[in-house]
Write a protein that binds this ligand. Structure first.
Ligand code: ATR
Length: 279
């Protein structure tokens, strides 16, 4: 078997996914390739999809701006992808295309790996900052993991409301302004920054003032360029434990690779290797 995988999106020339999946192939002793298919957002998606359907592709990842746009071309959607309304992984099962979303579950896996037993503990309170696509996937995965208190702080209330509508009965969610969140920071045991604020080249920026962060809480940022964002630096200086964004990238890929191949590959030293690539 010679697996064929790909990534579709734009812009993706500098994507780290080929490196990650090539490592997975090597580690699991499988043969295969992972290619980049950059599609200009002004071009119709139809043609690329037609080519992929005629190819021997076993599976592909989907990134910005196609995570929603790919859905009409799929034969089936996994429940999580359906609820989130976005797909980042497609598997070809005997000619049928099935869409999954491994972003949120990848986040939860990464967190569990670094800080076992914390995320789903009902006594811990979680604050999610931001209400875009990434926040939506993470919120859904957190509710699925059994988290009981997940508040959302966002600049625009309506986006936060949309995410909160994914709520499971056992989850409690309040919506906060950024200012309210700043004042209540010490209430939370886990804080997850899900916006792109802080990403290079604006890396000195921090979306909220975190002076009131609780010592010993876990502060997490999904931005991974720079690897230690201003948000994480400040959190660490104030006595919080930190959780890096690049781990989500690794674990969402690990889960996608499992869907495609049924092989579980341990991340192990890839965490440090990816950090070195990013630093
Ligand atoms: P993605 O889908 O990758 O998560 P997105 O949909 O652009 O990205 O979402 C970005 C999130 O970051 C949104 O919650 C956005 O807030 P709004 O809903 O108010 O637009 C938030 N965000 C981005 N830049 C921001 C900024 N400078 N200040 C505050 N929030 C910001």
């Amino acid at each position: 078997m010679n697996y064929q995988f790909a990534l579709i999106g734009f812009p993706i020339k500098h994507s780290l996914s080929p490196w990650i999946h090539e490592q997975f192939l090597k580690k699991s002793g499988l043969n295969g390739t992972y290619s980049i298919i950059e599609i200009d957002p002004n071009e119709p998606l139809d043609e690329t999809v037609r080519e992929l359907k005629n190819s021997q592709i076993n599976g592909f990842n989907v990134t910005v701006p196609y995570k929603k746009r790919i859905i009409p071309y799929l034969d089936e959607l996994d429940e999580q992808a359906m609820e989130i309304g976005a797909v980042n992984t497609v598997v070809n099962r005997n000619g049928k295309w099935i869409g999954y979303n491994t972003d949120g579950s990848g986040y939860v896996r990464a967190f569990e790996n670094k800080y076992p037993g914390i995320i789903s503990n009902p006594k811990y309170k979680i604050l999610l900052i931001g209400a875009g696509g990434a926040a939506r996937g993470i919120y859904y995965a957190l509710t699925a993991a059994g988290c009981q208190r997940i508040d959302i702080a966002n600049r625009t209330k309506s986006s936060a409301e949309e995410i909160a509508s994914l709520k499971k009965d056992s989850t409690k969610t309040s919506l906060l302004t950024i200012e309210k969140a700043e004042a209540a920071f010490d209430y939370y045991d886990i804080v997850i920054q899900t916006t792109s604020v802080g990403m290079k080249p604006y890396h000195e920026k921090c979306i909220v003032n975190i002076d009131r962060v609780k010592a010993g809480s876990v502060v997490s940022d999904i931005v991974y360029q720079p690897i230690k964002t201003a948000f994480l630096q400040q959190a660490e200086q104030l006595g919080a434990r930190i959780h890096y964004g690049h781990t989500m990238l690794l674990y969402q890929a690990q889960y996608a690779f499992e869907i495609w191949t049924n092989h579980y590959v341990s991340i192990d030293e890839m965490d440090n290797e990816l950090r070195e690539i990013l630093e």
